[in-house]
Design a binder for this molecule. Structure first.
Ligand SMILES: Cc1cc2nc3c(=O)[nH]c(=O)nc-3n(C[C@H](O)[C@H](O)[C@H](O)COP(=O)(O)O)c2cc1C
Length: 182
């Protein structure tokens, strides 16, 4: 796929199925994440891969957080099943170094770029994906159970897999609504 075609046609796919990226494609996807812009060469990111039993473990972590938060039975069940929406989920973590000359927001942006780059790489390889956050990105118990330390943050869960259907058409935005010139 041509790079410009990919950039102009990036999409998210909420409905994903097997197969997910194989070992070789996953390596490529991760390499794309590792090429993200990075002020100060801090490499302020890490990626936690869940597939197969890992998705069950991620579901257990969500389920336990929902229980701890006093959710009702339906919400607990929903939380447990969330990672099953794709064959592979990458938790993208921003490894923020506090009190550094590189502001924290730049470190988080860098990790966000990694999530975006990995979604783009997956699309270029023929997979679909969606970047999700939601309550499970900000829950302290989930962060602890996933092994986050200090000021580490979850910038998102990147769900990746094969396409079930074509997504609905996107609305093309008018650059004039977003661009001005000095
Ligand atoms: C930081 C971030 C968090 C997001 N969280 C969610 C989410 O939790 N659930 C969701 O359905 N979409 C979420 N989205 C939006 C989707 O990833 C996607 O961009 C949106 O559905 C629009 O589709 P498109 O990417 O094809 O334009 C999030 C996007 C970003 C950048």
């Amino acid at each position: 796929m041509q790079a410009i075609e990919l950039l102009l046609n990036r999409r998210s796919w909420g409905r994903l199925t097997e197969p997910g990226p194989d070992k070789c494609d996953l390596e490529t996807i991760i390499q794309a994440g590792l090429r993200s812009p990075d002020h100060g060469a801090l490499h302020p990111w890490r990626f936690i891969i869940a597939e197969g039993d890992g998705l069950l473990r991620l579901g257990d972590i969500y389920q336990q957080a929902a229980v701890a938060n006093g959710a009702d039975e339906a919400a607990i069940q929903k939380a447990q099943n969330m990672p099953q929406r794709a064959p592979l989920v990458i938790t993208v973590v921003a490894c923020v170094t506090p009190d550094h000359k590189i502001p924290e927001v730049e470190q988080v942006l860098s990790a966000g770029c990694a999530a975006h780059a990995m979604q783009m790489a997956a699309q270029a390889l023929g997979y679909g994906g969606i970047w999700r956050t939601g309550a499970m990105s900000y829950d302290d118990k989930v962060k602890a159970d996933l092994g986050l330390k200090g000021k580490e943050q979850i910038v998102g869960y990147l769900y990746l897999g094969s396409l079930v259907n074509e997504p609905s058409a996107t609305k093309k935005l008018d650059p004039d609504d977003f661009v001005s010139y000095l």
